[in-house]
Each structure stands twice: as structure tokens, then as C-alpha cells.
Design a protein around this ligand. Structure first.
Ligand code: HEC
Length: 142
């Protein structure tokens, strides 16, 4: 009787650990309502501001292009259409407050699992202005 309950408890614990492992590695879908974690609470989005997008293109070429291409997987995910999957607030917070989002945001954590063969995205620490400009550029690449 005793032995049975010990075996049962061990089996229960193993199933529990297995479920945790599966849950931790399960790919999450991006949630367009998720605003991420950081200083940006709301972003006003209107018609594309071409000048701002051009500035964002320059920021992208220096800060993001080493790892990301728009259409092809470089070291990191291709970014075409990312503004359809992630909210503007999320994208800005992610490039301004990368490290904290990597620690705490469930979707970013699942991305890291998915991209675990490459080093995680460096803490970008973009200024709000640069982050907004990159966002505008990404909006032109949907
Ligand atoms: C050192 C390489 C590197 C640099 C530089 C970099 N990233 Fe990333 N990025 C990654 C990796 C790796 C991931 C996967 C998740 C992670 O590691 O945080 C990622 C994920 C992302 C995602 C989520 C993609 C998706 O499929 O949902 C976005 C958006 C993003 N990066 C934007 C940017 C922007 C904008 C810049 C420039 C300001 C930038 N990244 C700079 C490596 C990089």
C-alpha cells in the first residue's frame, strides 16, 4: 500500500515536471493587444510619415540590420509584417527595454527558446525618438 502511494506520488511529480517543461517550450503566438513592458504606454498611429520612416530606415540599418533582415532570416527573425503581429507599444518597448522584456514577457521568452541557437537580442536601449522612427520604418515594410 505504502509503496503504491510512493510510486503514485513519483509518477505525479514526473508528469508535473513534464507539463512544466512542455509549457515553457511551447511556442506562444504573438498577442497584438500585448503592449510589452517599458515606458511606452500608448503610441498614436496615423498615416505613414515618410520623413520619420526614412530616419527609421537609417536607425534600422545601423542598429538592427546586423541581426535582422526584412525578408530573410539573418541571425534573427525576418521582420516583414511584424507590425501586424505586435502592437506599436510592444515594438517600441522591446527596443527600448529589451533585457526586462526578455526576462518577463511570455512571448519574448518563447521567442528566445525558438532562437536559442543564436545569442539573444542585445539590449538595444534606443531613445524614444529612434524607437518611434524604427517603428514607422517597420510599418512601411508590412
Ligand atoms: C544582436 C542581434 C540583434 C540585434 C542587433 C537586434 N535584434 Fe531583434 N531580435 C534578435 C533575436 C535573437 C530575436 C529573438 C528574440 C530575442 O532574442 O529577444 C529578436 C527579436 C526581435 C523582434 C521580434 C520578432 C518576432 O518574430 O516577433 C523584433 C520586433 C525585433 N527583434 C526588432 C529589432 C529591432 C527594431 C532592432 C534594432 C533597433 C533589433 N531587433 C536589433 C536579435 C537582434
Amino acid at each position: 500500500m505504502r509503496l503504491n502511494s510512493v510510486i503514485l506520488s513519483v509518477a505525479f511529480i514526473l508528469v508535473f515536471i513534464f507539463c512544466g517543461f512542455v509549457a515553457a517550450n511551447f511556442q506562444q503566438k504573438p498577442d497584438p493587444k500585448d503592449k510589452g513592458i517599458g515606458p511606452i504606454k500608448t503610441v498614436k498611429i496615423g498615416a505613414i510619415d515618410k520623413k520619420l520612416a526614412d530616419k527609421g530606415n537609417t536607425v534600422f540599418d545601423t542598429k538592427c540590420l546586423p541581426c535582422h533582415n526584412i525578408d530573410n532570416v539573418n541571425l534573427a527573425p525576418a521582420l516583414r509584417g511584424v507590425t501586424k503581429q505586435l502592437s506599436p507599444e510592444f515594438i517600441m518597448n522591446y527596443v527600448m527595454n529589451t533585457a526586462e522584456m526578455q526576462k518577463k514577457n511570455p512571448f519574448v521568452k518563447s521567442l528566445i527558446q525558438q532562437w536559442k541557437k543564436v545569442p539573444i537580442m542585445k539590449d538595444q536601449k534606443l531613445s524614444e525618438k529612434d524607437a518611434r522612427a524604427v517603428l514607422e520604418y517597420l510599418r512601411t515594410q508590412e
